[in-house]
Design a protein around this ligand. Structure first.
Ligand code: SF4
Ligand code: SF4
Length: 440
């Protein structure tokens, strides 16, 4: 079986983002293969801990993925401050021809466009993907999963950091489908009564609506903050309120654009112009929405740059949705990309970002906990990847063993297979497969 087929069979998806099915990437052809270990979400340490404790598995997965893609150039992007990770990677690389590229401690240095430019010097065309410039990028956890897939082990666990107001912040591996409330207990539980949880990052993640919801293959972290924390209040604002405040208070200072990482990399993203769409709907928001199209949603404009505390990122994301609805989702503007001369001077250092977000007191590390975790039951979502949901191949009452296929994708559809993350009995199938633990 080819590496691509093994990866597909194991249900590997991009662990660092939206869950793009990895077999599609490893079935492509590219000169460069890059491992993205440039973790930059504040308080998350999952990728760093993974590289420290599983460097041989990450590097083996990287070598296999690069072999599948036919890449002659292979590199790992990692922050220079993560010395233990770099030493572990070097040892795992040995005399293989894999370079380590050390990044500064900025946000968002893990953005795919940034990673490609920093390591290869290439600029992805507007609206394009790394493959357009002969590059494939995968997160380090995805690479570890590729290595496992080639050994016949499917994805049944996710690596994540539990941080913020919990008794013992830590990084650990838990079965896919375990409930958020139970994962928090593994870190000693929340230290306050009134709290909220942010899923997979303060900058690009989302609020956990229900503590009984399951973690998925793409969950990178759970951050517990006081319910009254400014960030939680900001995340919780209804979109209409965000738009109303923006309409009345934006003074067009353009700080949001001047600090936008995509704008500085040379793309025509102008959140201050998109903010005009809130006030000039009569003149057609389309006019302004085009400046949102290349936004990656990094959150710098909303959570760091805007002196008025407005929501330019949300205006951009809304603008992208509107453009898609109008059938104008494809970039038709300038194709030349030229790095802004001030790019290096306007980067956002992580320590300043952490202060601005008001989470400095929680930035105390989250060491690896090797304990094995065995929940009583799991709810494994059928859709935890881009594309079509997987279709169940088991029925209620079936006994399943850990690693057994429980939902498959149709041959021609984009998607990823789903496997049992614990052994037990299937007790419910409704958008997820519930398994109650039992030794099989
Ligand atoms: S930084 Fe804030 S106030 Fe200034 S243009 Fe952007 S959204 Fe408006
Ligand atoms: S979220 Fe804001 S800062 Fe980030 S890419 Fe979009 S417009 Fe730029």
């Amino acid at each position: 079986m080819s590496i691509q087929d093994q990866v597909k069979k194991a249900g590997v998806v991009g662990a660092g983002g939206a869950g793009f099915p990895t077999h599609v990437k490893v079935g492509s052809n590219a000169e460069w293969f890059l491992a993205n270990g440039a973790e930059c979400e504040p308080l998350l340490h999952k990728d760093c801990e993974l590289m420290i404790h599983f460097a041989p598995q990450v590097i083996d997965g990287l070598a296999l993925a690069a072999q599948s893609v036919g890449s002659s150039k292979i590199a790992v992007g990692v922050k220079a401050k993560n010395r233990r990770a770099i030493e572990a990677l070097k040892e795992a690389i040995g005399n293989r021809d894999i370079q380590i590229s050390e990044f500064g401690d900025f946000y968002p240095s893990g953005d795919e466009y940034e990673v490609v430019h920093t390591i290869t010097g290439r600029l992805i065309p507007p609206g394009g993907i790394p493959l357009d410039v002969g590059v494939v990028v995968n997160n380090v956890e995805t690479l570890l999963n590729i290595g496992q897939a080639v050994q016949g082990v499917p994805v049944t666990e996710t690596y994540l950091t539990v941080a913020g107001l919990v008794r013992n912040p830590k990084t650990l591996k838990v079965p896919v489908g375990m409930r958020v409330s139970e994962v928090l207990e593994l870190a000693g539980g929340a230290t306050i009564d009134e709290y909220a949880v942010v899923d997979s990052g303060l900058m690009m993640g989302k609020l956990v609506a229900d503590l009984e919801q399951p973690v998925t293959k793409t969950t990178g972290g759970l951050i517990v903050l006081p319910a009254g924390h400014t960030l939680i209040e900001r995340y919780s604002k209804p979109p209409e309120q965000m738009a109303r405040i923006g309409k009345s208070a934006c003074d067009q200072c353009s700080y949001c654009t001047e600090l936008c990482p995509r704008y500085l990399l040379g793309y025509d993203v102008q959140p201050h112009a998109v903010m005009r769409s809130l006030g000039f709907t009569a003149s057609g928001s389309e006019l302004w929405n085009q400046y949102a199209q290349l936004c990656c949603g990094c959150g710098i404009c909303t959570l760091y740059a805007c002196p008025e505390g407005l929501y330019p990122r949300e205006a951009c994301l809304e603008g992208i949705v509107d453009l898609k609805k109008a059938g104008k989702g494809k970039w038709k503007g300038e194709s030349e990309v030229k790095v802004h001369p001030m790019k290096e001077f306007r980067r956002v250092p992580m320590n300043l970002l952490v202060k601005r977000l008001g989470v400095g007191e929680y930035d105390a590390g989250a060491p690896w906990d090797p304990a094995s975790v065995s929940p009583h039951s799991v709810d494994i979502p059928l859709s935890q990847h881009m594309g079509s949901p997987a279709a169940p191949v088991v029925k209620e009452g079936d006994s399943v063993a850990k690693g057994q296929l429980v939902a498959a994708i149709e041959e021609e559809k984009l998607g990823a297979a789903v496997h049992a993350s614990i052994s037990g009995i299937v007790t419910k199938i409704r958008g997820h497969v519930r398994i109650e633990a039992k030794d099989i």
